[in-house]
Design a protein around this ligand. Structure first.
Ligand SMILES: Nc1ncnc2c1ncn2[C@@H]1O[C@H](COP(=O)(O)OP(=O)(O)O)[C@@H](O)[C@H]1O
Ligand SMILES: [Mg+2]
Length: 326
């Protein structure tokens, strides 16, 4: 059974012109997936997360989340999913220390005694808050408060977690610990994750699939590696070779190198060296074929640099096609 299975989700906010926030969004998400919602500000990412976590009722469409009906069982959904909003300070009590805040909330999520202590210790450690456990929330940084809010939502051992810009205001260490936490939840605890981010590198690192939203509509939804591959973005692979036979150099045929577009070469710095550039629409497929060719020819590999396609490229390509802007 899919964890999320919704069809035709639409939402218009009231107002003078009635902002159309979402239109015809379909989503089926399997257990253990990490879905990255990407798109410019106002694309509808937060609205979609609110609908899927049972906080907001869609105007049209419907379906199930965790098997519960989105329209008729929203309270069950709210009880069984975790949602971390970008400004998640709500629920942090400034009269309790960091640890006391978690101790206070634990029973709300059904955690008691030793089990609660263990989970709290684990979350404080994982989110790098151990040293701040005895501090007052107003004496810790904004990033630490954000991680405290994350820890609070993760007290509940829910199998579906929504994270709206989880690393937005964090420093490098905070980003690292939150990303590690998300990966750990997913890989070691089977938690299904939906997150939004503006950082392509983050989506690429964490997400098994990507949905680009723009003006409330899905522009693209696919597995992350499929998004990277299918756009046909051509990137160079550069090699410096020490020739087996200094007199003769025959470059490889592009057709012999998976996904290679063309091959060019030039004399290198030394007489028996050449530099070769292979342009490929799938660097990860071309590289092994290229290396096999190099060693098959008996050349020595003196240098190699390649730049696989990133989601940044994907975004640039989609926006050039008028489809999405970061
Ligand atoms: N509470 C609200 N009332 C009216 N309009 C809203 C409200 N929340 C969001 N919107 C509008 O809905 C659209 C989608 O917003 P949102 O879901 O927050 O996008 P994102 O999270 O991708 O930035 C935007 O045009 C936004 O201005
Ligand atoms: Mg948002």
């Amino acid at each position: 059974m899919a964890v999320i299975d919704v069809l035709g989700i639409g939402k218009r906010y009231p107002g003078r012109h009635g902002t159309l926030a979402l239109e015809g969004v379909d989503l089926t998400l399997g257990e253990g997936a990490v879905l990255g919602l990407l798109g410019p500000n106002g694309a509808g990412k937060t609205t979609l997360i609110k609908i899927l976590s049972g906080l907001l009722v869609p105007d049209s469409g419907g379906g199930t989340v965790l098997g519960y009906d989105l329209l008729r069982q929203a309270s069950r959904i709210r009880a069984e999913v975790s949602l971390v909003a970008p400004t998640a300070d709500v629920g942090i009590d400034n009269n309790l220390t960091v640890r006391q805040n978690l101790v206070f909330w634990a029973p709300v999520y059904g955690l008691h005694g030793a089990e609660a202590r263990q989970r709290i210790d684990m979350l404080l450690a994982r989110l790098d808050l151990e040293k701040k456990a005895g501090d007052w929330p107003m004496h810790i940084s904004a990033g630490q408060r954000q991680r405290l809010a994350l820890a609070r939502s993760l007290l509940a051992e829910n199998t579906l977690v929504f994270l709206d810009e989880p690393t937005n205001k964090l420093d490098a260490d905070g980003v690292r610990s939150v990303r590690d936490m998300i990966r750990d939840l997913n890989m070691n605890h089977g938690v299904t994750v939906v997150l939004t981010t503006h950082v392509m590198e983050e989506a690429e690192e964490l997400c098994s699939e990507i949905m680009f939203l723009e003006r409330g509509q899905i522009r693209r939804h696919a597995q992350t590696d499929e998004v990277l591959r299918s756009l046909g973005i051509v990137r160079p692979i550069r090699l410096v070779l020490g020739l087996a036979d200094r007199a003769v150099f025959t470059p490889p045929e592009p057709t012999a190198l998976a996904a290679a577009e063309d091959v060019s070469w030039d004399v290198g710095a030394a007489p028996n060296e050449v530099s070769v550039t292979v342009r490929s629409s799938d660097v990860l497929a071309t590289t092994p074929a290229l290396l096999a060719w190099v060693f098959g020819q008996g050349h020595r590999l003196l240098g190699m640099a390649s730049a696989p396609v990133t989601l940044d490229d994907a975004f640039a390509t989609l926006s050039a096609a008028g489809e999405a802007k970061p």
